[in-house]
Write a protein that binds this ligand. Structure first.
Ligand SMILES: [Zn+2]
Ligand SMILES: [Zn+2]
Length: 351
């Protein structure tokens, strides 16, 4: 089989050819059909995140060492299974939950494997979906997606799940409270569609790009704002019930400040994006305004199952996808890096 891997950080992906893996124990082998291409893949190829102030978070220091077969939005058909996997349904089309933990710590036992400190995520620590075959350690990470468009379904494992898990942290009353989504790119648009399906009726969307604001309006945003416009803060501060929560899909100093400045008392800011940077914060404001500043990182297995059910029930398409052959993995990465992507790029190993 062929796989596309980072063999040295900062370098283009390399095509590696090797024997097909043989599933052992509880492992399941998938024939890849689709794998989404994510900004996280760009960070993984570069080997670091920008922490602001010239500092970097090195992936090598976090146990990520080349070769890394990228790709964590994996959808495929079950080809084979190890002797302890049980009845898995050979030939079944499944979506993979990639945010796998150690399986034994308190976080993992509580069903929050995505927060495990010793994660064994597919496409990060274990070989991912930029490959013709993928080994999944246990059938419990497989979710039935028969009937869904395979390219769109693949993106649920990261971009869809990230938006959904952030929305689950909003709390409050979705029919009354104002929710602000910062950034109307792929994740923001997914969140907007999901928020409506979850019953949110007061949704504001902030983006500096006029075309993205127009898109958000077309998708049902109740209010769109340009955060660079001084009137945007005034508009949010003047909302009758105030701004209850903000989800920041950009995550730089300006967007974080924008959320903190416009939340009502008791408001909640949820950072998802990792554009990078840092802010200084007047600490007395946290208790005086009873603010909650929190982060959200992908989501857990239960949330992915709930998300797939929600998408099936409402017939939702969260993000537009463009499908390319698996062999164009490096080209897809370059296009994403250049920002020349309207929706989500998805690699395909079948026509
Ligand atoms: Zn991702
Ligand atoms: Zn764990």
């Amino acid at each position: 089989m062929k796989r596309f891997a980072v063999t040295a950080f900062g370098r283009p992906l390399c095509a590696l050819v090797e024997d097909d893996p043989v599933p052992r124990g509880s492992e399941v082998l998938l024939d890849l059909e689709r794998c989404g291409v994510c900004h996280t893949d760009l960070h993984l190829r570069e080997g670091h995140y920008d922490l602001g102030g010239g500092r970097r978070l090195s992936l090598a220091d976090r146990g990520v060492t080349p070769p890394v077969t990228l790709g964590h939005e994996i959808l495929g058909r079950i080809a084979a299974a190890g002797p302890e996997a049980g009845e898995v349904g050979i030939g079944r089309r499944v979506l993979v939950f990639p945010w796998i933990g150690c399986g034994t710590c308190h976080r993992c036992l509580a069903g929050e494997e995505n927060l495990c400190a010793a994660g064994r995520c597919l496409g990060v620590h274990r070989p991912g979906g930029f490959a013709e075959k993928v080994v999944v350690p246990h059938p419990r990470y497989l979710i039935d997606v028969e009937g869904l468009d395979p390219s769109a379904a693949a993106t649920l494992a990261c971009s869809g799940l990230t938006a959904y898990s952030a929305l689950r942290k909003v709390g409050g009353d979705p029919a009354r409270d104002w929710l602000l989504l910062i950034g109307a790119g792929g994740l923001g648009q997914s969140a907007l569609r999901l928020a409506r399906a979850l019953g949110h009726t007061r949704i504001a969307v902030a983006d500096t790009a006029p075309d993205k604001r127009a898109r958000a309006l077309a998708l049902g945003a109740d209010l769109v704002l340009d955060p660079a416009d001084p009137g945007a803060r005034t508009a949010l501060l003047g909302l009758e019930t105030g701004l209850a929560a903000a989800i920041d899909f950009v995550g730089n100093a300006e967007t974080t400040r924008f959320a903190i400045d416009t939340l009502r008392r008791g408001g909640r800011s949820i950072t998802v994006g990792m554009f990078g940077g840092e802010i200084s914060l007047s600490l007395p404001l946290l208790p005086l305004r009873a603010l909650t500043l929190t982060g959200s990182y992908v989501g857990n297995l239960g949330e992915l199952r709930d998300l797939v059910a929600l998408v099936k029930t409402h017939g939702l398409t969260l993000v537009e996808t463009e499908t390319l052959p698996l062999a164009q993995a490096e080209e897809a990465m370059r296009r994403l890096e250049a920002g020349a992507v309207a929706g989500r790029l998805v690699l395909s190993n079948r026509s």
